[in-house]
Write a protein that binds this ligand. Structure first.
Ligand SMILES: C[S@@+](CC[C@H](N)C(=O)[O-])C[C@H]1O[C@@H](n2cnc3c(N)ncnc32)[C@H](O)[C@@H]1O
Length: 294
């Protein structure tokens, strides 16, 4: 039975507040940066192969910090490059934050930004209606496939846009993370909307393997300090709990039994380690890189 609880994504302001706190309390962006300067750098070196202008699509880019980090890496590999960058992001606040970041970052003249205030499926519809045929060299979907109805179909559509030597990068929480354990146990009680929400790279890999689509996989170890979730009445703890459960005002609206069960699960060794008085949730991510369909 679907949960009667409201989804956090229904409240953009609270979603952003809790996501911001999640970034502050986790090594999420640090592990992505390490990946960008390590394994992804090798992948990006092969993108476009000698082309002077690259077409890039960022889906669910948020405030763009990670996008700009990838551009700086891309620029190092291809110094004379220019970029046409389509940003696909439904949140006006996040688009605004991204634009502010661009205005404050020097030396981005080589990138032409097109701001698409839309969801991935609206972008797909727009693409098809306008019979667009431009091929993309690099597409990334970082921590966003939770918010679409059909993640496998979304991956298929964006992979179909890749040109020769193009790459599609997907980053999601890994099937070995605490998220997977939490969702396996509580998905039906937490998830209320028609979006996928509780999806990990294990689900995406199964979908790809069932269609014999190849991919390369990279592990991004990461932790999230969830200690405040166990401090009764902590405002920050409640915000983090909203992000972890994807439920709006989880602490106030969830039945007591569900709340107790989720809190117990969160500090269970399957999900977290306790060290120096802190509870560190396993936030491991996995990156999948796909080539164009043959
Ligand atoms: C967890 S944040 C990740 C942001 C950024 N990629 C990062 O890793 O820092 C998810 C982003 O996906 C966006 N989003 C939500 N639903 C979406 C959809 N249906 N299509 C595209 N993006 C979506 C949100 O507005 C948000 O900016």
């Amino acid at each position: 039975m679907a949960s009667p609880l409201r989804s956090l994504v229904e409240d953009d302001e609270r979603y952003l507040k809790s996501f911001q706190l999640f970034l502050e309390r986790s090594s999420e962006h640090q592990c992505m940066q390490d990946f960008i300067h390590g394994k992804l750098a090798d992948e990006l070196a092969r993108v476009g192969d000698g082309k002077a202008k690259l077409n890039v699509i960022g889906v669910g880019s948020g405030a763009g910090e990670i996008d700009l980090e990838m551009f700086s890496q891309l620029r190092q590999k291809h110094p004379s490059l220019t970029v046409d960058n389509q940003v696909v992001e439904p949140s006006s606040q996040q688009l605004h934050n991204y634009k502010v970041l661009v205005s404050k970052t020097p030396d981005l003249d080589y990138i032409n930004f097109t701001w698409n205030k839309m969801t991935a499926s609206e972008f797909e519809q727009h693409w098809k209606e306008n019979k667009m045929s431009k091929k993309a060299d690099f597409i990334h979907m970082i921590q966003m496939l939770y918010y679409v109805k059909d993640p496998d179909a979304t991956v298929r559509f964006f992979q179909s846009l890749l040109g020769k030597n193009g790459k599609l990068l997907i980053i999601l929480v890994s099937g070995r993370s605490g998220w997977d354990k939490l969702w396996r146990t509580y998905r039906s009680q937490l998830s209320s909307s028609d979006i996928s929400q509780c999806v990990t790279t294990s689900d995406i890999k199964s979908g790809l393997e069932s269609k014999a689509v190849g991919y390369r996989s990279y592990q991004l170890p990461s932790q999230l300090d969830i200690s405040e979730c166990f401090v009764e009445g902590s405002e920050k703890g409640e915000l983090l709990l909203d992000f972890l459960t994807e439920v709006l005002d989880f602490s106030r609206t969830a039945p007591a039994e569900l709340k107790a069960g989720v809190l117990e699960m969160l500090r269970h060794p399957d999900c977290s380690v306790e060290t120096n008085g802190k509870v560190l949730f396993n936030n491991s991510l996995e990156a999948l890189v796909l080539d164009p369909l043959p």
